[in-house]
Ligand binder design. Structure first.
Ligand code: BTN
Length: 246
């Protein structure tokens, strides 16, 4: 295995992503090293957001990768592969989940997992990747103002063994990362698009011109979301350029 080849555990940390980034500054950790913890005092979500996770209830991890085989303009492939790995894991327990572009994992209209990727890019090459994953497993009360959190326990009953979930998730992520290494970019991209939340459904969005009805049709080579408007025009968006009206 690559992902999970080395595990570094802390009872608590400010943020597993920050720890992994620091580790990369002072050493060369083996590819696939996972930093994981039971509690983060400063868990980071997407820029400007915190990641809430009650102590010992959920999976909190950061994976160190060296995807030098991917050009920086194709870095979204890493997000796609890891999103699919999380879906593979979830589908062992629940019948369906989807990926809210760019890389939130949803069950129905609720968010069960998030990914925070921090790449170090030098001269168009990805020197290293820190892929942080927060996956809600046993938490049932969410205290912060995250709009729509959900956990596996809330969806599928009883409590889950975190260690078993950790091992299974690592294995599922490893499989998808190996698919990427094998060069199956088309397979990863096709499956990612087919799993998109709201794919082909007419729904409400908001861009810089205001609210409109559109439908997600695809994702571009560089990971921009493509939404068709009722007029037939297709607009492309980068992260933060488009809001899903939930
Ligand atoms: C998001 O906002 O959707 C991204 C959430 C990412 C949370 C994970 S938890 C483990 C890792 N360490 C962090 O500080 N953040 C990521």
């Amino acid at each position: 295995m690559i992902i999970g080849s080395k595990l570094i555990y802390f009872e608590s940390l400010p943020s597993t992503n920050n720890h992994a980034v620091q580790l990369l500054k002072t050493s060369e950790p083996a590819e696939g090293t996972i930093i994981y913890t039971d509690y983060q005092s400063l868990g980071k979500g997407q820029p400007g957001n915190k990641w809430e996770s009650e102590k010992g209830k959920n999976l909190l991890m950061s994976i160190i990768l060296y995807p030098s085989f991917i050009n920086s303009d194709k870095q979204f492939l890493i997000s796609m592969a890891l999103s699919l790995g999380i879906c593979d894991f979830l589908r062992r327990y629940i019948t369906s989940c989807s990926i809210k572009w760019p890389n939130d994992i949803y069950v129905n209209n609720d968010k069960i997992a998030g990914i925070l990727i921090e790449n170090s890019i030098i001269d168009e090459n990805i020197e290293s990747t820190v892929a942080g994953i927060g996956l809600n497993i046993n938490q049932v009360d969410f205290l912060t103002d995250a709009p729509n959190p959900v956990s596996l326990s809330m969806l599928a009953g009883s409590g889950y063994q975190l260690s078993e979930c950790f091992n299974q998730l690592s294995a599922d992520l490893d499989k998808r990362y190996k698919q990427l290494i094998s060069g199956d970019f088309a397979g990863i991209t096709g499956e990612y698009i087919s799993r998109l939340y709201r794919l082909n459904e007419w729904c409400m969005y908001c861009d810089k011109s205001g609210n409109y009805t559109g439908r997600i049709v695809s994702v571009s080579d560089i990971g921009r979301l493509q939404i068709e408007k009722k007029s037939g025009k297709i607009s492309e968006y980068s992260f933060k350029e488009i809001d899903f009206i939930l």
